[in-house]
Design a protein around this ligand. Sequence first.
Ligand code: NAD
Length: 358
Amino acid sequence: MSLTFEHVTLGQRVLFGTGNAAANLAAEVARLGTQRVMVIASDFETNIARTVATGIEVALWHHDVVMHVPIETAEKARAAAAGHGIDLLVSVGGGSTTGLAKAVAMTTRIPVIAVPTTYAGSEATNVWGLTEASRKTTGVDDAVLPVTVIYDAALTLSLPVDISVASGLNGMAHCIDSMWAPHMDPINAALSAEGIRALSSGLPLIVDDPTGTEGREQALYGAYLSAVAFASAGSGLHHKICHVLGGTFNLPHAQTHATVLPYVLAFNSPFAADAEARIAAAFGTADALTGLQDLRKRLDAPKALSDYGFTADGIAEAVTVILSAVPASNPRAVTAENLSRLVQAALTGEEPQVLLDL
Ligand code: NAD
């Protein structure tokens, strides 16, 4: 890997501690000196948010959260913030909730404190996403990067094991895809490798003991590293594929990432020796694909896009849209033919090894 590079580190305060979220939030609100706090949490996440907000004064509760942040949902939240003179946003929830807070910050420049309750990692990126007329658009704006992230593994205990697995593998996808993303450099590669190690040690512990916090701490730590690496490296082939599958075919975010990842790894790894070796070393296995597949079996991870509503009818359209977005940095030349084979394999849950020597 070349040691000639340009790397940007995003400025953010991270407070990590199981059982400390409420105290950490109160301290942060006091430190920032803000007066009018709007807490964003979906209906389902409200109970968690209420425990987190016990030490602060809340000017406005906002529960209207919708996955993929439809523009109408964003506009309502922006109007609510403006109407109540809000000067601080606190999001408590998964990537959808963080995404809504980011959408408000994007136009109002109000700072965000993020308290994540899944392993999606949105809290550590300056990437926003909005959906308009069923088209999902994303962009980069430093104003949407939460000024502070508060991690508390106790808040993720209620996340069911299968969602924890899918969400954790979404984090794993940030790490692996960063290895060949457009702005990959030695710093984000190092963060990715540590993210792979933390997630692969934490996720099996969650499966074995869903009520324990040790695995969930490792998963949150790994999710943070994965997102920092992804924010720096940018979207690689895997994210381009999943973005199209999620946006055009409305497939669930975390499960789509979890399913597609081994296919992209099998597709690229024979053409990316350095990335392959780093990923294998992070898993502690002889090769990268074995490391990922051993973990996925241990976790009983999502296997086939057909389980999430995708059908063979969609392959041609998906391939056309993905082809126009393939990053120039991808180590393997992507054609309509080999990409169709990749999506086909992910649809049915074939062994990813079929892509190694197409
Ligand atoms: P999500 O936020 O939609 O949450 C999934 C479900 O889990 C929801 O029903 C939610 O209410 C529930 N949930 C959340 N926390 C829980 C908890 N502790 N216990 C029980 N249930 C809980 O899904 P997600 O996978 O966290 O986020 C996906 C979204 O985040 C997508 O829209 C994706 O595009 C976005 N995302 C953005 C970035 C970025 O950098 N901008 C990065 C990753 C993901």
